[in-house]
Design a protein around this ligand. Structure first.
Ligand SMILES: [Zn+2]
Length: 192
């Protein structure tokens, strides 16, 4: 099973995409006897396997999730958005910057791609614009040579044009929330 998180916070509060630190710790504790793997080792039919993924690259991942992940020595994947990292480099504290990413990579984290600007890809008709959103940029690929083999569809949604371009650059893609059929290019996931 693939688990999808966004932000981990001390307390979830009213943030719809946050998971509280204590529930997150308990969820990680509950899978301690399972096989936690990277996406490229994952077989959906194997019920013993778990993949931990974080979407969007929020700064809370390094602040709250990483200390927990280090306790259990779990591998994990972060689906980053190109322009969000650029914003962090320009001082936006909401997202991971390249220094944070270096720490994440040293602690069993791996980078995958989640588009350039996080749009609704299914609404883009211009194939050049669509390709620009989907193709992993070279400056990001150099940050993690082992990563960028998987794509996560923003808002879980895709169409035939999106899948055709994703197949050009990636060996698989993650969706979820009822939009997935658990094939390699529409891997299902559970949002927590
Ligand atoms: Zn997202």
């Amino acid at each position: 099973m693939i688990l999808t998180y966004h932000k981990i916070k001390c307390f979830k509060g009213k943030d719809a995409i946050a998971t509280g630190l204590i529930p997150f710790f308990l969820q990680m504790f509950l899978i301690r006897k399972k096989h936690v793997v990277y996406l490229e080792e994952y077989t959906p039919a194997n019920e013993d396997q778990f993949v931990i993924t974080f979407d969007d690259g929020y700064r809370e991942v390094i602040k709250y999730a990483l200390p927990v992940l280090r306790i259990f020595k779990y591998p994990f994947e972060i689906f980053v958005v190109g322009d969000f990292i650029k914003a962090a480099e320009s001082g936006n504290k909401n997202y991971l910057d390249t220094k944070d990413i270096a720490i994440i990579l040293k602690n069993r984290g791996r980078l995958q791609y989640h588009s350039r600007t996080h749009p609704h890809l299914e609404l883009i008709n211009d194939l050049c614009i669509l390709e620009d959103e989907i193709k992993p940029p070279e400056w990001l690929r150099t940050l993690d040579p082992k990563g960028f083999k998987y794509f996560a569809y923003p808002f879980w949604v895709y169409n035939n044009d999106v899948i055709t371009l994703v197949k050009k650059y990636y060996c698989g893609a993650r969706s979820g929330n009822g939009c997935a059929n658990d094939t390699v290019y529409a891997l299902d996931s559970k949002r927590l």
